[in-house]
Design a protein around this ligand. Structure first.
Ligand code: PMP
Length: 446
């Protein structure tokens, strides 16, 4: 007799195709049937709890099942679930656009809504390309991107992704852009430290932009943390240098803050915290604190005005999504922004960030690196001399399995075990999270 739980899992295996998953792994470790989620914990049908240390793919800020967010959602639901967003507007979207403009660096004045991170990037790329056409510079059709960069997995976003694992199988159909060697602080080719360097590694980017400025529409980066590459962290000076060169050469600077905005690095936006002025700012993930899919591409009046004119001129931006600016998602996003900006919430992260740093010291004895930017932390596990473990050993996956036994839901990126917990995690829970992860790693490596 199979249990109810097993029969659900059998039905799952029959019909569901999960994202980024080798389904053969499910023969030995099926997906966990989560039935409730509360605060920073997920609970399966048997009542087992798992700490959601990666905030459900980096989206959750205030914990699951939050009364204020639930209320914002249900209040909006009673009025209107969804309406199209061309020829129609609504209060939740107007409020959200207002707040995003007020909270982001000055100069970003216009907000285009869509419904996932990859699309926020597609929109920025398309707006940049069309801007140059409208300005009579139609030779500007290329984007520079970092070799460790990740910006989503639709074909346009993939074309500016530097990671072979995501793009390899699709290479033949991807438009060719300009990959550039980027920062790799753990394996710094200049032998420098990220805390004290002058981003000497900006050299290849400076050269690439200088040599290709005629054809470059823009450059796209993940500010401070290259997430999917394995939480590769680099200093803000790199971005300052990028801004100087982009401004002098007339190249759009696209900041993909989809993973790092809304408190993850300790501030609301990386660009705001470091006095940077991107031409495009892409946002998603934390924007609804993990409740509903929503994204936004912010840009300047200069970009917007290039699209403004008589209908016959056909300058309009032809890009439409059925669920653009979904009112439910906008209502939750408005509440999320209130919660992020009231009662010194971001200040309250400081002791948590200090605890992460302190507890991270326990990883110093391991071969590898513990690194941290704000509320994001990672442990890269390597052999001697920073050499990677053989791919087939799947160290990260084994750490994941150990985590399940101990009540931690992790999902390492290769052999990088990382932590992006909901921001409401307590200091005691941070200690538990890192101590338990340390036990898991030891269990695998011993
Ligand atoms: N850009 C970055 C930096 C991301 O981390 C992600 C998602 N991991 C995306 C874009 C794509 O977002 P989505 O999965 O919502 O399409």
């Amino acid at each position: 007799m199979i249990s109810e739980n097993q029969s659900e899992l059998i039905r799952d295996l029959h019909h569901v195709w999960h994202p980024c998953t080798q389904h053969k792994d499910y023969e030995t470790t099926p997906p966990i049937l989560i039935e409730r989620a509360e605060g920073i914990y997920l609970q399966d049908r048997q009542g087992n709890r798992y700490m959601d240390v990666i905030a459900s793919w980096w989206v959750n800020l205030f914990g699951h099942n939050h009364p204020r967010l639930n209320k914002a959602l249900t209040q909006q639901l009673e009025k209107m679930a969804h309406v199209m967003f061309a020829g129609i507007t609504h209060q939740p979207a107007i409020d959200l656009a207002d707040s995003l403009v007020a909270l982001s660096p000055s100069g970003l004045e216009k907000v285009f809504f869509s419904d996932n991170g990859s699309t926020a990037v597609e929109v920025a790329l398309k707006m940049s390309l069309q801007y140059w056409q409208e300005k009579g510079e139609s030779q500007k059709v290329q984007f520079a991107y970092l070799k460790g960069g990740y910006h989503g997995e639709t074909l346009g976003a993939l074309s500016v992704c530097g990671l072979e694992i995501f793009r390899g199988k699709f290479e033949k159909v991807l438009p060719s852009h300009l990959p550039v060697e980027g920062p790799d602080c753990f394996r710094c080719p200049y032998g420098l430290q990220r805390e004290s360097c002058n981003a000497e590694c900006f050299e290849p980017m400076e050269k690439a932009l200088g040599e290709n400025s005629d054809t470059l529409a823009g450059v796209i980066v993940e500010p401070l943390v290259q997430g999917a590459a394995g939480m590769m962290m680099y200093p803000p000076i790199y971005l300052k240098k990028l801004q100087t060169v982009c401004e002098s050469l007339g190249i759009h600077m696209i900041f993909d803050e989809i993973a790092v905005a809304f408190g993850r690095t300790g501030s609301l936006f990386v660009c705001g915290a470091h006095d940077l002025r991107p031409t495009f700012l892409c946002l998603s993930k934390g924007i609804t604190s993990g409740y509903l899919p929503l994204s936004a591409t912010l840009t300047t009046d200069e970009i917007y005005s290039a699209f403004y004119g008589e209908y016959d001129d056909m300058k309009l931006f032809i890009h439409s999504h059925s669920y653009s600016a979904n009112p439910l998602a906008c209502a939750v996003a408005n509440e999320t922004l209130k919660m992020l900006t009231e009662n010194n919430f971001l200040e309250s992260l400081k002791p948590k960030i200090a605890t992460l740093k302190e507890c991270g010291k326990q990883f110093e004895g391991l071969n590898g690196e513990f690194r941290q930017t704000g509320m994001i932390a990672a442990v890269e596990l390597v052999k001697n001399n920073k050499e990677r473990h053989p791919f087939e050993k799947r160290i990260g996956y084994q750490v994941f399995l150990e985590g399940l036994k101990r009540g931690l839901f992790m999902r390492p990126l290769g052999d990088v075990v990382y932590f992006i917990p909901p921001l409401v995690i307590s200091e005691a829970e941070i200690e538990t999270m890192l101590n338990t992860a340390h036990d898991c790693i030891n269990a695998v490596l011993r």
